[in-house]
Design a protein around this ligand. Structure first.
Ligand code: SAH
Ligand code: SF4
Ligand code: F3S
Length: 477
């Protein structure tokens, strides 16, 4: 039977808009299958795995093949205009797929989660008639109920900031059937942002800063380790703003949390991302000094090197403060490598301002970095500033900056050739007998090893540098 999809949706309360429910059979082998496409940052990667956990309680298993899925979830990003545009073009393609699948009498549902869902909410179901559910980053634990409602023909938009703690409502992540055993895992410790950088949508899409309590984090970290995880990356939009209460009632910061997690038996490595320069306190720097298992790699975005632009961005520190901070961190942990984010062409950025960014990059020396053209985001203060920079100027500045950053990245990688490093063996490589491992500095390293060694940390000697990964041989071989 053919499912009619309404081509236009009335602008009435979207969660009560009805499309005709059909008697849809599930595809093939009875199991409900979900295909999840993740856009944006690591927070979304983590959220996608937790959505899969929530859905597993409903009988869903994850598939990498959209053709066999009965549910497609887009976990979206709103950070730049292009990121949001991608979602709408994907939804257009999915709408066509839905028509075909419904024509065959099969169930095919489309869900939109993440930051576009939060920012645009009901607008998505108005624009895209194929979408069944829209859930924000704080409500995805309600996904099974939303799908149930959608099966009755109601399209659901649920983007409120949930009063209940979503983490308390998600099943144990290590008990999800079919979940891949992983050696590395993300653990969200903090969500949201109170910094309000003038270019950024995150405070609006993810809400204000909330830290998860210590006991919850210790429990989740232990579960991950029990299931085979050796390296945990703590996540937050502003991860170093994490704060909590210790068992003795004392206030704790991210540094204290790292010391606590370092006590977990079987856990070999810790990382955290993304941090803000303003929240790098002494205790956190001490943790870098004292904890060998805290990897010597820090993503600490600065965005720009001109004090005038930093002020207009509301970063609330000067370039010199950042440089001094990095010096202190390097004193505490001399082998630390830095990573950063940069925006070129923020409104009002002159050639001289841009040169200050180039100078700062030269001064610091990054092992890795992400750089973007400024994208004006409606609703952020930056969008209303005068003197937006012409596109071709942004393009030219980005090219120059990226050339420098790429050179630094390559120089850093080359400096490792001949050195012996610890490598966490993570997964099979493309070639038989090859395993891909993770260096302390988050590089992928190819080495000949046995699959049974996955999860081990071995010593390897770096032999060569490829465009996206390094090559190594087992040390002493
Ligand atoms: N909380 C992190 C950043 C999260 S967003 C921090 O403060 O560092 C990730 C990166 O996207 C930012 O660091 C910034 O470089 C980039 N970004 C954010 N908004 C942007 C915009 N409007 N245009 C271009 N890049 C942007
Ligand atoms: Fe965005 Fe700034 Fe918050 Fe980072 S600190 S998420 S860039 S507002
Ligand atoms: Fe994008 Fe949201 Fe992350 S806007 S960068 S997915 S917090």
């Amino acid at each position: 039977m053919t499912q009619e999809i309404q081509s236009s949706i009335p602008s009435a309360e979207p969660s009560t808009v009805t499309i005709e429910p059909g008697p849809h059979a599930l595809p093939g082998d009875n199991a409900r299958k979900v295909f999840i496409k993740t856009y944006g940052c690591q927070m979304n990667v983590y959220d996608s795995t937790r959505m899969a956990d929530a859905l597993s309680a409903d009988g869903y298993v994850q598939t990498e093949n959209v053709e066999e899925a009965s549910l497609v979830l887009l976990n979206t990003c709103h950070i730049r205009e292009k990121a949001a545009d991608k979602v709408y073009s994907a939804l257009g393609r999915l709408r066509e797929m839905k028509k075909l699948r419904h024509a065959k009498g099969e169930e095919f549902m489309i869900g939109v989660a993440g930051c576009v869902a939060q920012a645009e909410g009901a607008e998505i179901v108005r624009r895209e008639p194929g979408v069944d559910v829209v859930l924000g980053p704080q409500t995805y634990h309600r996904l099974p109920q939303a799908l149930k409602q959608a099966r009755t023909g109601k399209r659901v938009v649920d983007t409120e900031y949930a009063v209940e703690d979503k983490f308390e409502h998600l099943p144990d992540p290590t008990k999800t059937p079919g979940r891949k055993r992983a050696v590395t895992a993300f653990l969200t410790v903090q969500e949201g942002c109170d910094k309000f950088c003038t270019f950024c949508v995150v405070p609006y899409t993810r809400g204000s800063e909330v830290s998860r309590p210590l006991s919850q984090l210790i429990t989740e970290a232990k579960r991950l380790v029990d299931s085979g995880v050796r390296e945990i990356t703590l996540l937050g939009q502003n991860v170093n703003a994490w704060h909590g209460e210790g068992p003795d009632g004392k206030e704790m910061g991210l540094g204290d949390l790292l010391y606590k997690l370092a006590e977990i038996d079987g856990l070999a490595r810790l990382r955290y991302t993304t941090s803000h320069p303003r929240d790098m306190d002494d205790r956190l720097i001490e943790a870098h000094r004292d904890l060998r298992m805290l990897m010597p790699y820090l993503h600490l975005p600065v965005q720009a090197g001109s004090d005038r632009i930093l002020k207009a961005m509301n970063r609330r520190h000067k370039a010199a403060d950042y440089i001094a901070l990095i010096e202190r961190i390097r004193q505490a942990r001399p082998d630390i490598a830095l990573s950063g984010d940069f925006i070129v062409g923020f409104p009002g950025e002159t050639d001289a301002d841009f040169e200050d960014t180039m100078k700062l990059v030269e001064t610091i020396g990054y092992a890795q970095a992400f750089s973007f053209k400024y994208s004006s985001r409606p609703g952020t203060p930056g969008a209303d500033l005068p003197d937006h920079v012409a596109e071709d100027v942004k393009t030219e500045r980005l090219a120059r900056l990226q050339e420098l950053l790429l050179k630094q990245q390559h120089d850093f990688a080359r400096s490792l050739v001949g050195k012996t490093i610890d490598l966490l063996l993570e997964k099979p490589g493309r070639m038989p007998g090859q395993i891909i491992g993770r260096s302390p500095w988050l590089q992928s390293v190819n080495v000949d090893a046995k699959t049974s060694q996955i999860g081990d940390i071995i010593q390897v000697r770096i032999t060569d540098v490829g465009p996206n990964s390094l090559f190594a041989e087992v040390a002493g071989s």
